[in-house]
Design a binder for this molecule. Structure first.
Ligand SMILES: [Zn+2]
Length: 125
């Protein structure tokens, strides 16, 4: 899975700016390369879980489509660690094609499909 350096840095910054609660958002790009970040509000305002409100999710998906991009990933932070998906993350992973990024100091990416988690290799381009 490939991601532009600027987008990767920006995602880590979003996590740093939000030490008290999980930050979250969507990632998009073209030809399998993630190049755009769409930060969202964590509707749960929680340090241990996140949710993007349906109206905001709809707005972001529309913005992605209007920009001629594809939805390629979802990111969120774990302010208290670890940088792996929680049981709730796995349960609520509704996009099997997306790369799930988890930021907790380091940033890691996973494919979550039918309850199975596999780590993806992040290639910064
Ligand atoms: Zn999580």
């Amino acid at each position: 899975m490939r991601i532009k350096k600027e987008t990767f840095k920006r995602m880590a910054e979003e996590a740093r700016k939000s030490p008290q609660q999980e930050c979250c958002g969507l990632l998009a790009g073209r030809d399998g390369v993630i190049s755009e970040i769409f930060p969202a509000k964590n509707a749960l305002e929680s340090a241990t879980e996140f949710e993007i409100a349906p109206a905001e999710l709809f707005r972001i998906f529309r913005a992605i489509r209007e920009a001629g991009l594809e939805h390629l990933g979802i990111y969120h932070s774990h302010p208290r660690g670890p940088a792996t998906p929680s049981a709730r993350d796995v349960e609520r992973a509704f996009y099997p094609e997306a790369a799930y990024f988890v930021i907790a100091g380091e940033t890691r990416a996973f494919e979550i499909r039918d309850g199975k988690v596999e780590e993806l290799r992040i290639k910064i381009v």
